[in-house]
Design a protein around this ligand. Structure first.
Ligand code: GLN
Length: 450
């Protein structure tokens, strides 16, 4: 009830939720109480969470932040949300996001921008980051104890950094993608967002595991992530990639990064300089591969099978009118980029070339992880920016993702930990990157930095 009251009080201002499911939440909470009364409470019994509105939830509208899915009520449940419910978690509602998870600001949502609960001294309203901005704002404003996010190029970690919370993108294949509205299938991963590293570990334990309904799901045992948080970093080798010292990084971020290095050294870790030489290709490769896959995934929104429809003179006209009215500007931009780089004549020059460079980036990580156990970097090149900033030129917005996209391209796990404040008192995150399927070390290092 306390969380539902917080949602009702704060959502009119913050716009963190697209759909609020207070009645279902109360029913779930009562069921959790009943289970507790007979000593049969599962791990997350009664814990109120926000569900990113990209996870299909049976009988509860799922919009993906798009007008084209405004009337869509899924007849089935995503694996991740089903597992959280089975673990006793209570869903408060569906969290706002950038349309189809495309963005770093939440400004592209067809349901309006989300406001960051943190405020700047000049009174500017700030973005919560994106695309999981509603999830981040809900947790940061204490409307929910945790949330689900998805991360294709930083959408869990960058909003976590902008709102002063923790969030992890697990290894590709750790969480099932079944029932998650697809953006870029070879990059998309679900993950938790919460106030602490340990809360993320508990949530991830419930969310992950093999699922035969996702062909890229990894058949691997789920370790005890929570226990890993207490391991410490004694004897661990932590890599500092020199290519992440990019031009234009805010001086406070440079300082925070150095503090992180000092904290880990003091806690017994060994700091080693490493090189990830293809880092500079991360953004161009990502902004070819992600739109290419998106253009293919979004072909299904044709107004025929599900979602919104605008009638036309014939079928082609119906497709065109439906898609023209249903998609926002950023989504259309991505579809155009994607179809361009996949078209005959350009495929080899752009898409195929990007896939080759992607393989080199994976090799960079594998070579670095031959000498270090984890890598430490900043999460984002700045703190939260004002709503309306960086809107004139999409490329300026894309630059936000410079530190986060490489781990999606390589499939390795990466976590953002709240680590400090900038000169204006806004939260900043540090990022810990680990080997494939070694989230345990990521949690150990992150818990030390927290
Ligand atoms: N900001 C990136 C993009 O716009 C990443 C989004 C994401 O991770 N879903 O594509």
């Amino acid at each position: 009830d306390a969380h539902i009251s917080a949602v009702e009080a704060l959502n009119p201002r913050l716009n963190a939720f697209i759909t609020i499911t207070a009645d279902q939440a109360r029913a779930q909470a009562r069921a959790a109480d009943a289970a507790r009364a007979v000593g049969n409470a599962p791990a997350l019994s009664g814990i109120p969470i926000a569900m990113k509105d990209l996870f299909c939830t049976e009988g509860v509208r799922t919009t993906a932040g798009s007008k084209i899915l405004e009337p869509f009520i899924p007849p089935y449940e995503s694996t991740v949300s089903a597992r959280l419910k089975a673990a006793g978690a209570v869903m408060l509602g569906k969290a706002n996001l950038d349309e189809f998870a495309m963005g770093s600001s939440n400004i592209t949502s067809a349901y309006g921008a989300v406001e960051n609960p943190w405020q700047r001294d000049d009174g500017a309203k700030l973005v919560p980051g994106g695309s999981s901005g509603g999830s981040a704002a809900a947790v940061a404003a204490r409307m929910a104890m945790g949330a689900t996010g998805t991360d294709t190029g930083g959408s869990i970690r960058q909003p976590a950094s902008f709102t002063g919370i923790a969030g992890i993108k697990p290894t590709y294949g750790r969480c099932s993608r079944f029932g998650i509205v697809a953006f870029a299938s070879s990059l998309d991963q679900a993950g938790p967002m919460a106030r602490t590293v340990e809360d993320c570990a508990i949530l991830l334990g419930a969310m992950s595991g093999f699922d035969e309904r996702d062909s890229t799901s990894a058949d691997r045992p789920v370790p005890d992530f929570r226990a890993a948080c207490a391991r410490g970093v004694q004897g661990l080798r932590i890599g500092i990639p020199r290519e992440y010292r990019v031009d234009g990084m805010a001086p406070e971020i440079e300082t925070l990064w150095q503090s992180g290095i000092d904290w880990l050294k003091r806690a017994g870790a060994e700091i080693i300089d490493v090189s990830l030489p293809h880092t500079k290709y991360g953004l161009p490769v990502y902004y070819i591969v992600a739109p290419a896959e998106a253009s293919s995934n979004l072909a299904r929104y044709d107004g025929v099978r599900f979602g919104a429809r605008v009638d036309g003179a014939d079928l082609i006209d119906l497709y065109e009118r439906t898609r023209a009215a249903g998609f926002g500007a950023e989504v259309k931009r991505r579809i155009m980029i994607g179809t361009y780089v996949l078209s005959a004549g350009y495929y080899d020059a752009y898409y195929l070339r990007a896939q080759k460079v992607r393989a080199l980036m994976l090799r960079d990580f594998n070579e670095a992880f031959a000498t270090v156990d984890a890598i430490l970097t900043p999460t984002a090149p700045s703190a939260a920016f004002a709503i309306g900033e960086k809107m004139d030129d999409p490329v300026t917005m894309y630059l936000n993702d410079v530190f986060t996209v490489p781990s999606n391209l390589a499939g390795v796990p990466a976590m953002s930990v709240p680590a400090g404040l900038d000169a204006r008192g806004l939260p900043l995150g540090l990022q810990v990157i680990g080997r494939h399927f070694d989230e345990e070390t990521v949690f150990a290092v992150s818990a030390t930095l927290e």
